[in-house]
Write a protein that binds this ligand. Structure first.
Ligand code: DX5
Ligand code: ZN
Length: 236
């Protein structure tokens, strides 16, 4: 399928996931992402309840904020996100995504994020039916489709993502929601980036794929693959 019309609306963005960085030197890791000219900084917030891991909270996001030239993309993998959204807003989040699983009042949560002037997204785990995103799609800026089970960096990409992303992109295109962006998160590397783009994702999160080895070189490689993809799809 040719996604050039969608790509004209939604720029493809590279979002290094800070989870794979060296937490003992967060400032310089954040600055590296600036210098590498990534587009977003993806920050994984885990509470040990929604997912079996604990990472960072709003205090650390606030500490990072002054050093980041990139918008902070906070992926909340936590129970009761409503309670913490004001704190993440104060900390400087530019985008916030919340999971649909277990969220009783999703529309209220999304409205709360938007009321702070923050871009709002919903996230779906790999086994969550896509239908969970359909009713909320017209109210969000982006939909995050997990391509691993949330909780840890460095996991293997789950290939069913490709089919799910394709179906979601078609749903958005057919429902006058071309502006809604699709974020992919988990196991994205140089060798599967092209198929992820072909499936219709345009916000590309990658942790181990960008932070292992040389971040600058890895971002450049990603950019090359994206340029190649854009050239091919606009020529079709
Ligand atoms: C997983 C996180 C991801 C993770 C991605 O729960 O949401 O953002 O950091 O890391 P990689 O790209 O290494 O799978
Ligand atoms: Zn994430």
């Amino acid at each position: 399928m040719n996604y050039d019309r969608q790509l004209m609306l939604n720029k493809i963005q590279i979002a290094p996931s800070l989870l794979s960085s060296d937490f003992s030197k967060l400032q310089s890791e954040v600055e590296k992402c600036n210098e590498a000219k990534a587009d977003l900084l993806h920050i994984d917030i885990m509470d040990g309840h929604f997912v079996p891991n604990i990472t960072i909270g709003p205090i650390v996001v606030a500490a990072i904020k002054p050093y980041s030239k990139l918008p902070l993309d906070c992926h909340l993998m936590i129970e009761n996100p409503d309670k913490y959204i004001p704190d993440f807003a104060k900390a400087g989040a530019d985008l916030i995504s919340v999971h649909v699983e277990g969220n009783k009042h999703l529309h209220r949560t999304i409205s709360m994020i938007k009321d702070y002037g923050i871009k709002a997204g919903v996230a779906l785990n790999p086994a969550t039916p896509l239908e969970y995103a359909y009713e909320i799609a017209e109210f969000v800026d982006f939909i995050l489709l997990m391509s691993v089970n949330p909780g840890f960096g460095g996991q293997k990409f789950i290939p069913s993502f490709l089919r799910r992303c394709n179906t979601l992109r078609k749903f958005l295109d057919n429902n006058n929601l071309k502006n809604v962006e699709i974020e992919v998160d988990g196991g994205v590397k140089k060798d599967n980036l092209h198929e992820v783009l072909s499936a219709g994702a345009n916000m590309i999160v990658s942790g181990s794929g960008l932070f292992s080895g040389n971040l600058f070189e890895n971002v450049k490689e990603f950019q090359k693959i994206i340029a190649n993809f854009n050239n091919k799809t606009t020529l079709v």
